[in-house]
Design a protein around this ligand. Structure first.
Ligand code: FAD
Length: 453
């Protein structure tokens, strides 16, 4: 009998397992894949960032570097993919090491409930005082899409195309579609992104996502917003996309990136006394407890944004609640970053959300073009925007587009976590010259006024 059985070793499950072991629990983890780390480490965050980081350098070198003449830059796709695989392996093996270090027992195989306290993994029947479901998500394939995983693919296959497609259609202009679209565009594909909403990255602050659209269009990425895709299918060695209104688009490949859905197949949840809500998620309370009090659920399989760090924070909160009766996730301080170049990032509420909630706010903006460090880097595109409460000055949201905007926002997330005001952030010393000064100046702009503008 274990104290805790975790089902799924993604960033939700594996982090929960480590924290539980640190708190003195006897922990087992069931994971159906050979490698640990879940979607994020195997076919999500990590491989996509390996491709984004490396293709950015190739793209830069091809465009020409300041102060150098670069000739004969040639793509070696095999080497690029091998690098990505090595990065994935280093990370998934890192989790294996952490499991050993923390005395966590690993079972490989698909887990299914036999009863509220018993879970089968292969021939083995495991019993535990607490069970944590962290089975994550898989790509959403709507009924109008026919995916053959070759011509019409999901994000998993788009991380490993064997050659650069000449034309690539991306259905869905969210973070995953844009990141992978940018990767293949940099490598020479003619990429068109098709988005149903009236703007790219509909989850981001409107001003930022419109700025992103302008930047990527200028770079030659095809972006069509406000288009409804009626069908996508493989046909005659090509991918075909039909739009409402009758237009038909053809390409070598199409990437379907319209979202992800919670994954609970084969878990036999009903044997544990559990069900799903109308969105296919496992319902949980504020403490991440399901309706069966000793079974908790976290990450992509429950409500909230599908983000790796959200899953991890929930994993920590869930096991701390099991052990100490208290665990908390500050959802308002969860950053979200699109790792393109420029990066696009948000933390807290967008201007649209503030308006919809009727919260009085003030705005401070500061452009990269006014930062000495950004100029030195040749990175003058973009801005940081701070939204603060009109009466109390408390920071409610920070949004950015620009080089390393995600790194800048780490500090904004901390400010929101500590409930700082724009004045706090604007008065705090920031090293010079740094991109972090852009955030300081944007906070000053929201408070009384920037110094360098
Ligand atoms: P998962 O990571 O999906 O892990 C669930 C695990 O459970 C899997 O390993 C699965 O094999 C296992 N499992 C499922 N059912 C069973 C069963 N019955 N028995 C045993 N094991 C089972 N998020 C970010 O925050 N930043 C990013 O940059 C980012 N980039 C992404 C890029 C791509 C291309 C994709 C697809 C996703 C990206 N995400 C990113 C999202 C992120 O990967 C997920 O939010 C995160 O992995 C969710 O973690 P999780 O632990 O809930 O689930």
């Amino acid at each position: 009998m274990y104290d805790l059985l975790v089902i799924g070793a993604g960033p939700g499950g594996y982090v929960a397992a480590i924290r539980a072991a640190q708190l003195g629990m006897e922990v087992a983890v069931a994971e159906k894949e050979e490698a640990l780390g879940g979607t994020c480490l195997r076919v999500g965050c990590i491989p996509s960032k390996a491709l984004l980081e490396t293709t950015e350098r190739i793209y830069e070198a091809k465009k020409g570097l300041v102060g150098a003449k670069v000739q004969g830059v040639e793509l070696d796709l095999k080497a690029l993919m091998a690098h990505k695989e090595r990065v994935v392996q280093a990370n998934t093996q890192g989790v294996e090491f952490l499991f050993r270090k923390n005395g966590i027992t690993r079972y490989q195989g698909r887990a299914r409930f036999l009863s509220p306290h018993e879970v089968a993994v292969g021939e083995e029947v495991l019993r535990a005082r607490y069970i944590l479901v962290a089975t994550g998500s898989v790509p959403l394939i709507p009924p109008w899409a026919e995916v053959d995983y070759e011509r019409v693919v999901t994000s998993t296959e788009a991380l490993s195309f064997p050659e650069v497609p000449r034309r690539l259609l991306v259905v869905g202009g969210g973070a995953i579609g844009l990141e992978l679209g940018v990767v293949w565009h940099r490598l020479g594909a003619e990429v068109t992104i098709l988005e149903y909403a009236d703007r790219l990255l509909p989850g981001m602050d409107g001003e930022v996502s419109r700025a992103a659209e302008r930047v990527f269009r200028k770079e030659g990425l095809g972006i069509r917003t406000g288009v409804r895709v009626k069908a996508v299918r493989p046909e005659g060695g090509e991918a075909v996309v039909e739009l409402e209104g009758g237009e038909v688009l053809r390409a070598d490949r199409a990437l379907l990136a319209v979202g992800r859905r919670p994954y609970t197949e084969g878990l036999d949840l009903e044997r544990a006394g559990l069900g799903l809500d109308e969105r296919g998620q496992i319902p949980v309370d504020d403490h991440l407890r399901t309706r069966v009090p000793h079974i908790y659920a976290i990450g992509d399989v429950v409500r909230g944004p599908m983000l790796a760090h959200k899953a991890s924070e929930e994993g920590i909160a869930a096991v701390e609640h099991m052990v100490g009766g208290f665990g908390h996730v500050d959802y308002g301080a969860l950053p979200s970053v699109v790792y393109t170049h420029p990066e696009i990032a948000r933390v807290g509420l967008t201007e649209e959300e503030l308006k919809a909630r009727g919260i009085p706010y003030k705005v401070g903006r500061f452009p990269y073009s006014a930062s000495g460090r950004a100029r030195a880097m040749g990175e003058t595109e973009g801005f940081v925007k701070v939204l603060a409460h009109k009466a109390t000055d408390r920071i409610l949201g920070v949004h950015a587009i620009g080089a390393r905007a995600g790194d800048i926002l780490a500090e904004a997330a901390l400010a929101i976590f500590f409930k700082a005001s724009a004045e706090d952030l604007g008065r705090a010393p920031h090293h010079h010259p740094s991109l972090s000064e852009i955030l300081k100046e944007a906070a000053l702009a929201a408070w009384e006024g920037p110094l360098h503008l």
